[in-house]
Design a protein around this ligand. Structure first.
Ligand code: NAD
Ligand code: ZN
Length: 262
């Protein structure tokens, strides 16, 4: 394990990417803090302000659904204002250069897609908060429409088609993981030869399982996170620095263009 800073780490990382045929970027909340979306576990992060609402609680009462939706509306402006940062742009550059054919993310903010990665190439393990669905019939709802109905009714609205509960298209604690997405993520981890963990504390399963799975299948492992993670011991390279600073050159396309030619 080599632990290093943004400058040296960036150079080492570009060399590892050049040597790899298939890179798998795996991202967590840390890649989006530069875009103004707070992460969970940093001081002042979402976790310290609001304990997440479990899936069972969401199902159990109208009051909980109201609370969940009120929280969602409260952070709506933050999500809407967020633009891809240098980390997202670097990942998109790797995807465009053909170095990475999929991106696995725990994030729910849609910023990989906003940075230009095709939606079908983004595997979302925890869903997406930029829209909502009915838990029973799957009908899609846009957030402003849910908000308008909430305001009219004075509580979280039910599905207009079937009466089911309408929830952001995210996976809450206690909610089953999306099976197809999980299968694709495990397959991608088995197939890659460089697993690139960016901005995740790697404590929530399956975040914790995927890098080790990739390792077992022969991939090298690089971790970019400003704080130590659970998996640092298992990594070939640990860059303990700001993600944007580290990935800046790849974000600008210079390194990725070199990769494409080489
Ligand atoms: P986490 O909050 O547990 O860990 C994020 C890590 O990123 C921290 O260790 C932090 O030190 C690091 N970090 C933050 N900003 C950084 C930066 N600029 N440079 C380098 N490191 C930085 O996040 P997680 O592991 O992704 O788990 C939290 C879960 O919460 C996710 O699974 C996700 O579903 C959800 N979440 C998503 C978002 C989002 O979509 N942007 C935001 C908050 C939480
Ligand atoms: Zn429905």
């Amino acid at each position: 394990m080599i632990v290093t800073d943004a400058k040296e780490g960036g150079l080492r990382l570009v060399a590892m990417i050049e040597a790899a045929a298939r890179v798998l970027p795996f991202t967590g909340a840390g890649i989006s803090t530069e875009s103004g979306i707070p992460d969970f576990r940093s001081p002042g992060g979402l976790w310290s302000r609001n304990r997440p609402i479990d899936f069972q609680d969401f199902l159990s009462s109208q009051a909980m659904r109201d609370e969940a939706w009120q929280r969602r509306f409260a952070i709506d402006a933050t999500f809407r204002a967020a633009r891809p940062g240098r980390g997202h742009r670097a990942v998109a550059a790797l995807w465009r250069a053909g170095k990475a054919d999929t991106v696995v993310t725990q994030n729910i903010d849609n910023l990989h897609q906003d940075a230009g990665v095709a939606p079908e190439s983004v595997i979302e393990l925890h869903g997406n908060t930029s829209y909502a669905t009915c838990l029973d019939c799957g009908l899609r709802y846009e957030i402003p429409a849910v908000k308008a109905r909430f305001e009219r009714l004075g509580h979280a609205p039910a599905c207009e088609a079937c009466g089911g509960f309408v929830k952001t298209a995210t996976i809450s604690f206690g909610q089953p993981m999306p099976e197809a997405a999980m299968r694709r993520a495990v397959a991608a981890a088995s197939d890659c030869d460089l697993f690139l963990a960016i901005g995740s504390s790697l404590v929530v399963w399956p975040a914790a399982g995927l890098p080790l799975h990739a390792r077992k299948h022969g991939a090298r492992l690089a971790i970019l996170n400003r704080e130590p993670t659970e998996m640092d011991e298992a990594a070939d390279l640990v860059i303990r620095a700001d993600i944007g600073d580290t990935l800046q050159s790849i974000a600008e396309g210079a390194a990725a263009a070199g990769l494409e030619e080489g």
